[in-house]
Design a protein around this ligand. Structure first.
Ligand code: ZN
Length: 405
C-alpha cells in the first residue's frame, strides 16, 4: 500500500466526510464552547475539522501550525480531538477556533492555539504520579512463565533480568524452586489510569538458596544506582555478557576446535548472534588495540584498569570513533558481530584477561563497582529499610486482596 498523500493542498481537496461529533450540542449562548471529535477510519484531520464546522482556511492554518511539533500523518483512526472555541463567538460555522488539543499517546499532549497572527503548536508531557506495585513468584519451569503466572509486567521482568545479569547467568543458574520478588513504580495519570510500568525500586532473587537483594538508591549527588544490602553497587566493573540476546555457543576450556579440528584450549567464550549485532564495551576503559589480529579477525582489546582487560574477536566492523587510545564507557558500542578470522559462523569471541592471562568470564569474581561508606551508607540503609518495609506492606495487602475473592 502506498502512503497516503496528505499535503495541505490535497487535504483541502479531499471529499468531505462527516466525522462523529461527541458532545457537540450546539450551544447558541455566547460562551466558550468545547467539542470532542474523533478521527474516523479513512478520514483525515482536515475532514474532521471542516466537518466540525471550521472554515477550511482556519483548519488549514491550524494543521500547518501543528506540523511544527507533530506529523499529522501519524494520526490513527480513533484519535480524539478537543476543540475549544473563543468565547465571544456564537455557535455557527463562523466559530473561532481557539485551541485544538489531543493526546497522541498516554504521555503527550499536543496543543495548537490561536495567536495574534495565526496558530502556534506546542507539546507537553502529561503529569504522571508513581504508585508502588509488587510482584513475586516461584520458578517452576522458567522465569518467564513464573513472571507471567504472577502477573509481572514484561517490561519489569526485562529490567530485572538486565539488573541481575551482572551476577546471575539466567541460562545456567536459574532452576525450579528459585524465587523472586520485585517492587516497581506504576506511573498513573490524573485520572488514576495506569500509563506505564516504571522503574524497579527493590528486587530480590533467591537463586540456588542464595539471596540477591538490590535497592534503588539516589546518592546525595543525585546519581541513581542499585546496591545490595551492604551498600555495594550492583553494577560490576565488567559485564559478563557484552552483547544482547546472544546465545552462549561455546564455553571456556578444552574443546575440539570447530575449524582446526584438533583439541585445544578455548580461552574465551563465544556468543552466537547475527552479523551486525552490536557489541558493548564490558567496562569503562581505554582501547588498547584495534585491527586485524590473525585468527581473531577484526579484534579489539580494552584495558579497564591495571589488572583487567577484555578482548573481542571476529567483528564484522568496528564502531565509529574507535581507535587506539580512545576512551570507552561500559555499554558503549565498540563494534559489530561478524565472522572475520577463523570462524565457522557469526559470533562474538569474548575474553577477560586478568594480569594478561585469559580467565573464564563465567567464573571470574567480577570486580565490583562503588561501595557506599560513611554518611552515604547510613543514608542508604535508611532508604533500603524503608523500601523493604514498603514491599512487605504491599505484599500483605496484595495477599488480602487475592484471598478476598
Ligand atoms: Zn571463541
Amino acid at each position: 500500500m502506498s502512503p497516503k498523500h496528505q499535503d495541505a493542498e490535497e487535504i483541502a481537496s479531499v471529499a468531505e466526510t462527516v466525522p462523529v461529533l461527541e458532545g457537540s450540542e450546539k450551544n447558541s449562548e455566547i460562551s466558550s464552547r468545547q467539542d470532542t471529535v474523533v478521527l474516523e477510519k479513512g478520514s483525515n484531520l482536515m475532514a474532521v475539522l471542516t466537518g466540525a464546522g471550521l472554515e477550511r482556511s482556519v483548519a488549514y492554518n491550524a494543521i500547518e501550525a501543528l506540523r511544527d511539533v507533530y506529523n499529522p500523518r501519524k494520526l490513527r483512526a480513533g484519535q480524539e480531538f478537543d476543540l475549544v472555541y473563543a468565547s465571544e463567538t456564537s455557535g455557527d460555522t463562523g466559530d473561532l477556533l481557539d485551541t485544538l488539543r489531543f493526546q497522541p499517546d498516554a504521555e503527550t499532549i499536543v496543543s495548537v492555539s490561536r495567536t495574534d497572527d495565526g496558530f502556534s503548536a506546542s507539546t507537553d508531557k502529561v503529569e504522571l504520579t508513581s504508585a508502588p506495585n509488587v510482584s513475586s513468584g516461584t520458578i517452576d519451569q522458567s522465569l518467564f512463565m513464573a513472571a507471567e503466572k504472577n502477573g509481572m509486567p514484561l517490561s519489569v521482568l526485562m529490567e530485572m533480568i538486565k539488573l541481575y545479569s551482572y551476577d546471575v547467568d539466567f541460562q545456567r543458574d536459574i532452576q525450579p524452586g528459585d524465587s523472586f520478588e520485585v517492587m516497581y513504580d506504576d506511573m498513573k495519570n490524573a485520572k488514576g489510569d495506569l500509563v506505564r510500568h516504571g522503574d524497579i525500586v527493590y528486587a530480590s532473587m533467591n537463586v540456588r538458596g542464595k539471596d540477591y537483594r538490590l535497592y534503588s538508591y539516589t546518592d546525595s549527588d543525585g546519581n541513581q544506582d542499585f546496591y545490595n544490602e551492604n551498600g555495594e553497587s550492583f553494577r560490576r566493573a565488567l559485564m559478563r555478557t557484552p552483547i544482547n540476546g546472544a546465545r552462549l555457543s561455546s564455553g571456556f576450556g578444552m574443546r575440539k576446535h570447530p575449524v582446526l579440528g584438533y583439541s585445544r584450549m578455548h580461552k574465551g567464550v563465544d556468543f552466537a548472534a547475527p552479523t551486525g549485532t552490536p557489541i558493548f564495551a564490558a567496562g569503562n576503559g581505554t582501547v588498547e588495540r584495534v585491527g586485524k589480529v590473525g585468527g581473531y579477525g577484526n579484534y579489539i582489546r580494552l584495558r579497564h584498569n591495571s589488572t583487567y582487560e577484555t578482548a573481542y574477536g571476529h567483528m564484522s566492523r568496528f564502531a565509529k570513533g574507535i581507535h587506539a587510545g580512545s576512551r570507552v564507557k561500559q555499554g558503549d558500542i565498540i563494534g559489530y558481530v561478524g565472522m572475520t578470522g577463523t570462524a565457522t559462523g557469526p559470533h562474538l569471541h569474548f575474553e577477560i584477561l586478568k594480569a594478561e592471562h585469559q580467565v573464564n568470564p563465567i567464573n571470574v569474581k567480577m570486580p565490583s563497582g562503588r561501595t557506599l561508606t560513611g554518611k552515604e551508607l547510613n543514608r542508604f540503609h535508611a532508604t533500603s529499610e524503608k523500601l523493604q518495609k514498603q514491599y512487605a506492606q504491599l505484599s500483605i495487602e496484595g495477599a488480602k486482596v487475592a484471598s478476598a475473592d
